[in-house]
Design a protein around this ligand. Structure first.
Ligand code: SAM
Ligand code: SF4
Length: 320
């Protein structure tokens, strides 16, 4: 079992398999031109898998594949299959923008993937073009439907943004409810990579909008999960609310970037690289780095929304 200095059990590894993306969401990577590829020293799936085995043997029970856009990574299903065949009880999940999901859903399901979170910020093509800077509605919808047809446990992620999708919060909830899946509204987290003028809705503002149409009730918060759950009438939805809640007390996560940086906390600069260890096939060294990162996991993150202290760590680097 992996336990840090603050008695938190760390059993959740998020792996970003690429920083690159086929969208340019205003809250994530709006300033990088579409034709510019981020130069990254990707670890191979075999190298990532060596670390995955070390982490599972040490006590990791949940793995989420993320990015950038993880479905851009060729043959992602093969990596999923490696993990599943090593330990099929691992809670194996994917976070994707859904654009390429239609063609990959079946392969991913057969490989052993269990859950898929798909980002959906609007139900209108033109608004999605504004938010992601690309015409995506049709493909994302097809991706959502393909994931449901394959029998994945699906959740929707929606970053709630003032003047962009704040008039659609009820419609997005209705859409998810009709599909019998959970939607989670995410508070925009300010960072230096996001579009500067962007303003997110805070949890209380989201709840106020929903309360105009539904009887909204808070449910008990589950341990470890950064999401606060609510009922809108009889439908359960979530809000990921970093502005209102500290997740740190019950944090169970560490993150691995595509080039091998093991990050103890989303908003904390100290991280150690497993790159050399996995390239040399050195399991002991990888294991020591894992222990050291857990030991040095900070008590609290250093995220700040103040303009002059704003985090320089991008969501597309660490996978959110
Ligand atoms: N490309 C995939 C996607 O968009 O689902 C996976 C990577 S993305 C970085 C993971 C999640 O982070 C998405 O749900 C996205 O909406 C969220 N995200 C990105 N930037 C954010 C920000 N500044 N504040 C809040 N959530 C953000
Ligand atoms: Fe790409 Fe996801 Fe970032 Fe949007 S949030 S730019 S889809 S990595």
């Amino acid at each position: 079992m992996l336990v840090d200095r603050y008695d938190r059990v760390i059993d959740y590894l998020r792996i970003s398999v690429t920083q690159n993306c086929n969208f340019r969401c205003l809250y994530c990577m709006p300033k990088i031109p579409f034709d510019e590829k981020i130069n990254e020293n990707l670890l191979s799936f075999d190298e990532l898998f060596l670390f995955v085995k070390v982490a599972i043997d040490a006590g990791v029970r949940k793995i989420r594949i993320t990015g950038g856009e993880p479905l851009l990574r060729k043959d992602l299903h093969k990596f999923i299959k490696m993990i599943f065949e090593y330990k099929n009880s691992i809670d194996l999940a994917l976070t994707t923008n859904g654009f390429l999901l239609q063609n990959q859903a079946k392969l991913l399901k057969e490989a052993g993937l269990k859950r898929v979170n798909i980002s959906l910020d609007s139900l209108h093509a033109k608004k999605l073009i504004k938010i992601s800077q690309k015409d995506i509605l049709k493909d994302v919808m097809q991706g959502i439907n393909a994931a449901l047809s394959e029998g994945f446990l699906v959740k929707l992620n929606c970053v709630a943004l003032k003047g962009l999708n704040d008039d659609e919060i009820c419609d997005l909830l209705e859409f998810a409810k009709a599909k019998n899946i959970q939607i989670r509204f995410i508070e925009f987290m300010e960072n230096t990579h996001a579009y500067g003028q962007l303003q997110g809705l805070k949890a209380d503002e989201i709840l106020k909008l929903l309360s105009q149409k539904y009887k909204v009730q808070a449910l008990e918060k589950s341990l470890n999960a950064p999401v606060s759950l609510y009922k809108a009438d009889d439908y359960t939805f979530g809000i990921i609310d970093p502005h209102s809640h500290e997740f740190c007390d019950t944090c169970n996560r560490i993150r691995l970037t595509a080039d091998g940086l093991l990050v103890p906390c989303l908003y904390f600069d100290e991280a150690l690289s497993i790159r050399k260890a996995v390239k040399q096939g050195d399991i002991d060294a990888a294991s020591k780095i894992l222990q050291s990162v857990i030991e040095n996991k900070p008590e609290k993150n250093k995220w700040s929304i103040k303009a002059n202290e704003r985090s320089t760590r991008a969501f597309y680097q660490t996978g959110g």
